[in-house]
Design a protein around this ligand. Structure first.
Ligand SMILES: Cc1cc2nc3c(=O)[nH]c(=O)nc-3n(C[C@H](O)[C@H](O)[C@H](O)COP(=O)(O)OP(=O)(O)OC[C@H]3O[C@@H](n4cnc5c(N)ncnc54)[C@H](O)[C@@H]3O)c2cc1C
Length: 396
């Protein structure tokens, strides 16, 4: 049977990032990157945004960058601030893929759908269906699986960051390319959770304009379209415009424990391995941290077991927020407006990226609405069914 040292399942953000890092670090070891050809399983083209210093590893694929960010409170108050020393960057998924694939000459691409990953003491086995539907198998010393999670334990608190965006071209100049709008809370708010507009301006006439909710249930197409019409007409007053493309998605925000090691030889990466920050849905930066830790561990001959993208402390704070939003204890729009009103933007970006110290976390925490946070904290820690000790049933 075919055997490789490392098999990576899925060539999305995490699979490609890990393949890229392993080729730089693991000389002489065989690596296979297995990607399905089935369109129902392949994610559509998307944009990934994240923040980092002006120069970054993926700058060759970056097609948008904004030195400042704006936030609008529910009452229309605007906070616009430089993010320096950070820059908000955007990568389109096809640009990322071509940049990374250009470097993967030593990685063996396999076009197949992985049906099952079987763990074993001496290695793992991938059971697959190849591109023409025949069964196939691949043995590997170690497997990194990025297939998206299919379900979360019912007692975990799970919301979705779900959204639809329009790429628009306006007749009149309507956008300020100096600042992206991270959260525009002037949208009608759901009973539980939060909604907001999001604007990435590419020129005075062109932008990606999104309507986003953090809530339990996604909307239907008509619901998103109505919300986008309301946002672009009533809130942004864009005037005449055409829609040149769309983007839609749902990112899980969950307190379910999504661990990297799931067996002796099997590990999960990306969203499946907990790279998504539960309170924000941002994943790309977590993927980079996680895959860097994994590559470093393998290069040093260590088991990559401790490669968590987010600290326990930040996951705990996120769990309190998710519970507060899901149970309607925390007014989401008020919560996020308070954070942006009470903190310099670079501090908040570090906080949202999990790079802050406990002292800074307390400082940020003190700017949030204290009463609702404390009541949710109590609801979260008081004795009862434990959220964090659920069996892991996130992957088939
Ligand atoms: C529309 C959209 C926009 C987003 N924007 C941002 C953003 O701006 N910033 C941010 O930080 N995060 C963003 N996210 C969240 C997150 O960054 C992405 O979801 C990211 O793609 C997750 O990376 P991943 O590798 O875990 O999963 P994916 O990129 O989805 O990769 C999984 C891969 O596995 C493959 N696959 C699936 N099943 C099988 C199978 N059975 N066998 C073989 N291969 C399989 C898929 O084809 C896919 O290539 C966004 C998500 C969406 C949906």
């Amino acid at each position: 049977m075919d055997r490789v040292n490392v098999a990576i399942v899925g060539a999305g953000a995490a699979g490609l990032s890990l393949a890229h890092r392993l080729t730089k670090r693991l000389d002489g070891r065989s690596i296979a990157l297995v990607e399905t050809a089935e369109s129902a399983l392949r994610p559509p083209v998307r944009t990934w945004c994240f923040w980092e210093t002006a120069r970054g590893e993926w700058d060759g694929a970056v097609s948008g960058r904004w030195p400042a960010l704006s936030v609008f409170g529910p009452d229309g108050t605007q906070w616009c601030s430089s993010a320096a020393p950070l820059v908000y960057k955007m990568i389109r998924s096809p640009d990322f893929e071509s940049l990374v694939r250009g470097d993967l000459a030593d990685v063996r691409p396999i076009e197949a759908t992985v049906l099952d990953v079987v763990d074993g003491a001496g290695g793992a086995l991938l059971r697959m269906r190849d591109a023409v539907g025949r069964p196939a198998e691949l043995a590997a010393d170690v497997v990194f699986d990025s297939r998206p999670p299919v379900a979360f334990p019912p007692s975990a608190v799970t919301l979705r960051q779900h959204f639809r965006g329009w790429f628009v071209r306006t007749a009149e100049p309507r956008f300020d390319t100096g600042a992206a709008v991270l959260m525009d809370l002037r949208t009608p708010q759901p009973d539980r959770g939060v909604s907001f507009g999001y604007v990435l301006p590419f020129s005075a006439h062109e932008a990606l304009v999104e309507y986003t909710e953090f809530s339990q249930d996604v909307l239907d197409r008509a619901g998103y379209e109505a919300a986008l019409h309301d946002y672009t007409d009533r809130v942004l007053d864009l005037g005449e415009f055409s829609v040149t493309g769309t983007e839609q998605g749902a990112i899980p925000m969950t307190t379910a424990p999504l661990r990297v090691p799931v067996g002796r030889r099997v590990f999960r990466i990306g969203t499946a391995g907990g790279a998504t920050r539960p309170s924000t849905g941002y994943t790309f930066a977590g993927v980079q941290r996680q895959t860097e830790q994994i590559a470093a561990a393998l290069a040093a001959g260590r088991r990559p077991g401790g490669s968590a993208a987010h600290s326990r402390r930040h996951l705990f704070m996120d769990a309190v927020l998710l519970r507060g939003l899901a149970e309607g204890r925390i007014d989401g729009a008020d919560f996020f407006a308070s954070l942006f009103r009470g903190n310099p933007l670079p501090r908040l970006l570090d906080f949202l990226d999990g790079r802050t110290t406990p002292l800074t976390d307390l400082t940020v925490g003190a700017t949030a609405p204290i009463g609702p946070m404390l009541s949710t904290l109590w609801a979260h820690v008081r004795p009862g069914p434990a959220l964090a000790r659920e069996p892991d049933d996130t992957q088939s």
